[in-house]
Write a protein that binds this ligand. Structure first.
Ligand code: HEC
Length: 458
């Protein structure tokens, strides 16, 4: 008996060693890590989407010289998982287009830097992926210019209301309206609606001013008058909300045919509600942003719907979002849904005091559906996270969002030193006021939704 078990043990040991070496082979790093053979493919798969001209980041990571220039920082930001930016915990839930590097690739960069950053054989350099020009999604069918805007040096926090009128040959289905910043370093965010004029209610959509500075100039009513948004008879047309949105690092989402999208009337206006420019530093700039339209063959028969928990949403923040100086505070917001829904995207939103965020749904049968966990909140990367496949949440489930805020001086993003009392302020988007929101885009559930893939090839 004893002998037998020993034999058994030694077989196990041999198997274990075999298994380990095979794993090691897969994970083993090459002796000579070179840029052309090993590093370029990693950068092209994980970094150049943003670190290229027009990609949003202010420096390129394309050539050997680019990479060598940033050498040690590349190793640092990837090891710390600061880059590529992906604050969501990939072990909690998976999303389409996840930007998460493998441990192997992180170690490759470390070794390359430690070994002196060899260039390698030029013939081994792969081709950089083809990126669409002037779009983060693909080749648009039409482009509409936003009125260029001049920002003087050292100007910051401009909130503009901008009218972007268009005319098309006929009413047109579009799958996506994409906002592209002219100057990605200046444009901070955009939330834009579609002004839907009924047939012949407005002869000339082009009339009126194009830009109103909301901080200095106007009330909303005065602004609408300046932009001449009303119908010819003085009544106001319907606004379709949130048709064109932009945040750095987010991408317009094209869903499978028939899902999402809009019908654009022949004549209309995109109304950019709060084209927000951040800080311009010591250089004056002109911003020439534009809007890309992607046409679709099919009518949008399942328009995407949206609700939000928390600040100015359908459920209160509990307890109130009042964060005393030198404290941490945990809040939550919860809402029970009356019908089955299919979730497409989730978007957690907090400002600079955010520390962590988590959301899930509790089903009537007691089971939990995980939605998202962000262990280390990052104000700069607030994606609309798209699930790989739609997630069904059955009626009667309670969606719970939990947030933790850090209003101590340990929080390096704290806008006040020493810390001050910070609270929500009627949905104020100023970074120095706080917010707690969880935005869900969804469709009323249809059988089979959970099998529809939302992953798009780009
Ligand atoms: C989704 C877009 C995106 C991706 C993908 C991305 N970056 Fe970045 N990266 C940025 C932005 C934006 C900044 C902020 C600085 C700026 O404005 O350029 C930045 C900053 C950096 C910095 C400077 C950090 C500092 O201290 O200022 C480094 C280094 C960097 N990225 C490396 C990488 C590497 C390496 C990869 C791939 C493994 C990568 N990035 C992927 C957008 C991205």
């Amino acid at each position: 008996m004893r002998l037998k078990s020993r034999k058994y043990l030694s077989i196990c040991l041999v198997l274990f060693l075999l298994w380990q070496t095979s794993c090691d082979n897969k994970n083993r790093l090459p002796d000579n890590v070179t840029f052309t053979e090993h590093i370029a493919p990693v950068l092209y798969a994980n970094c150049t989407q943003c670190h290229r001209p027009g990609g949003g980041a202010h420096f390129n990571l394309i050539t050997y010289a680019d990479a060598k220039n940033y050498g040690a920082s590349l190793a640092f930001v990837t090891r710390e998982r600061m880059m590529p930016p992906w604050p969501a915990d990939p072990h909690y839930t998976e999303f389409a287009g996840e930007k998460v590097m493998s441990e192997h690739d992180i170690r490759l960069i470390e070794k390359w830097v430690a070994d002196g950053m060899a260039e390698g054989d030029a013939a081994k350099l792969p081709k950089m992926p083809d990126y669409p020009i002037g779009s983060l999604v693909g080749k648009p069918d039409m482009r509409i210019k936003v009125e260029p805007y001049y920002l003087s040096a050292n100007s910051y926090d401009k909130f503009l209301l901008v009218k972007v009128p268009y005319e098309l040959p006929s009413d047109t289905y579009v799958s996506l309206v994409e906002f592209m910043p002219g100057n990605g370093n200046a444009v901070h965010h955009v939330n834009g609606d579609l002004v839907k004029y009924e047939f012949d209610k407005k002869k000339n959509v082009m009339e009126g001013e194009r830009i109103v500075d909301m901080v200095n100039d106007s009330t909303i009513k005065q602004a609408y008058e300046k932009l001449k948004l009303a119908n010819d008879d003085g009544t106001y047309p319907v606004l379709q909300k949130s048709v064109v949105n932009y945040l750095p690092g987010t991408y317009g989402q094209i869903y499978p045919e028939g899902i999402g999208g809009y019908t654009l009337p022949r004549k209309g206006v995109f109304l950019l509600n709060d084209l927000h420019y951040g800080f311009t530093k010591d250089k004056a700039i002109w911003d020439s942003s534009y809007i890309n339209l992607f046409f679709s063959k099919t009518a949008p028969d399942r328009p995407v719907q949206e609700f939000q928990l928390g600040t100015i949403g359908i459920s209160p923040v509990e307890p109130d979002l009042v964060i005393q100086p030198n404290t941490e505070k945990k809040v939550l917001s919860k809402f029970t849904i009356a019908n089955d829904i299919s979730v497409l995207t989730v978007n957690p939103h907090m400002h600079l005091l955010g520390k962590s965020f988590k959301a899930y749904a509790l089903q009537p049968n007691g089971d939990t559906i995980r939605l998202i966990s962000i262990p280390k909140w990052d104000f700069n990367w607030q994606y609309f996270y798209t699930f790989k496949k739609m997630v069904k949440i059955p009626k009667g489930s309670t969606i719970v969002a939990e947030g933790v805020y850090d209003n101590t001086k340990k929080n390096l993003n704290n806008p006040f030193s020493p810390p001050r009392l910070v609270r929500d302020n009627n949905g104020s988007m100023k970074a120095t006021d706080e917010m707690f929101q969880f935005i869900i885009t969804y469709l009323p559930y249809k059988q089979g939704d959970e099998n529809i893939s939302l992953e798009v090839k780009r």
